[in-house]
Design a protein around this ligand. Sequence first.
Ligand SMILES: Cc1cc2nc3c(=O)[nH]c(=O)nc-3n(C[C@H](O)[C@H](O)[C@H](O)COP(=O)(O)O)c2cc1C
Length: 144
Amino acid sequence: MSKVLVIYYSRSGNTEKMAKAVVEGAKSNQNVAVDLSYHVEAEELGSYDAIIVGTPTYRTQMPIEIKNLFEEASAKQINLKNKIGSAFGSYGWSGEAPQAVIEILKKFEMQVIEPPIRAKYNPDQKTLEACLELGKAVAQKLSP
Ligand SMILES: Cc1cc2nc3c(=O)[nH]c(=O)nc-3n(C[C@H](O)[C@H](O)[C@H](O)COP(=O)(O)O)c2cc1C
């Protein structure tokens, strides 16, 4: 069975709401197993078929936890080539982080779904539906 990872960081819960909607969408497909996680080891990334990253923007950056995860994966030469990847996240005014994550995923030669879904502060219903659809679309790509 194909495996989807939704890995996210969220300090005030906005990106977390988006992450839960992505998971709900992916889980609606019985052919994939879905994990929602706040922290994984770099080595674990290799065991997933799709990696969807939830990242808020703080001080124009992605959280250090997300940055470190992919730096470590790179240093350890974890092979993510051709895995499906995407990003989403809440922001306040500039919102650079999700696109910055997308660029990292591309360096790993992942099959990237873009543009990333972004929510200004608290995600509204429309944005949560887009997150749900992202989860469904990823699961669909992995289904036999
Ligand atoms: C100290 C601090 C710095 C922030 N810096 C930025 C920023 O540079 N650009 C931006 O778009 N939003 C910025 N924000 C707003 C957050 O991205 C926003 O509150 C977002 O909803 C947080 O998501 P979370 O609830 O998932 O942690 C900042 C917020 C705080 C508290």
